[in-house]
Design a protein around this ligand. Structure first.
Ligand code: SAM
Length: 227
């Protein structure tokens, strides 16, 4: 088994001639969603499947910067049950923190049980990301906003949250699901429109990575906030 670290806090494991992305398990012995765990030299890693985790897919598709690093503060919009958010918690580690927002009570319950209960670096927030004022007292300035709410107004949601919580020079990673925005238009047109909104509101968009073959009609936008 070979182990390398392509980005701080993100690992590549070669097992039986196949490469896998992985994160160092902050809670050894605990799986979040049935993911495979592998122990190397006494450290336990969780395999980060790109077919289930858009951030892992974006890294494998060549995202040039990985702003989520050990020690970072992250506002995560759209945690669902916490599949990908748990890997973000692994990456930022005990020196960092993740505030995870979701509007739906059912996945939030699973997120609490499977992720937040075991991880001191995760704070769950049941709330509407369109109304960040409602949770503004709970969150400090953050280094990165990660957004995956699969809503047609996702860019505007990111902008509203950035104005309250994103430090100047901070980053946004925004997963764009073109079909949840407009099924009738080509994905590229939808991506352009969302990116245009970010650009008009103080963001410099560095790149947009399409997530095929891991996720159809999805892209990940990486943007820097310089208001
Ligand atoms: N990021 C998750 C992962 O990779 O494991 C998947 C997120 S899923 C595609 C989208 C989530 O966004 C859903 O759980 C949904 O409840 C949540 N969501 C939708 N609209 C929202 C809103 N206005 N505020 C907060 N969460 C919202």
């Amino acid at each position: 088994m070979e182990l390398s670290q392509p980005y701080p806090g993100v690992y590549k494991l070669r097992i039986d001639s196949r490469e896998h992305l992985a994160t160092l398990n902050l809670t050894p012995g605990i799986s979040v969603y049935g993911e495979r765990r592998v122990t190397i030299n006494g450290d336990e890693y969780r395999i980060w499947n790109p077919y289930r985790n858009k951030l892992a897919a974006a890294l494998l598709k060549g995202l040039s910067e990985m702003p989520i690093r050990p020690g970072c503060r992250i506002l995560y919009l759209g945690t669902a049950t916490g599949t990908n958010c748990s890997h973000v918690s692994d990456i930022v580690g005990v020196e960092g923190h993740v505030w995870g927002v979701d509007i739906a009570p059912r996945p939030m319950r699973d997120f609490l049980e499977r992720v937040a209960r075991h991880r001191s670096n995760v704070s769950p927030i049941l709330g509407d990301a369109r109304r960040p004022e409602a949770y503004s007292a709970l969150i400090p300035l953050v280094d990165v906003i990660y957004a995956d709410v699969a809503q047609p107004d996702q860019a505007s949601i990111v902008i509203r949250n950035a104005r309250l919580f994103l430090k100047p020079g901070g980053w946004a990673l925004m997963a764009i699901k073109s079909r949840s925005i407009d099924v009738t238009r080509p994905p590229e047109e939808v991506y352009e429109e969302q990116i245009g909104e970010l650009k008009a509101s103080g963001f410099t968009v560095l790149e947009v990575v399409e997530l095929e073959p891991y996720e159809r009609d999805h892209a990940m936008a990486l943007a820097r906030y310089q208001p």
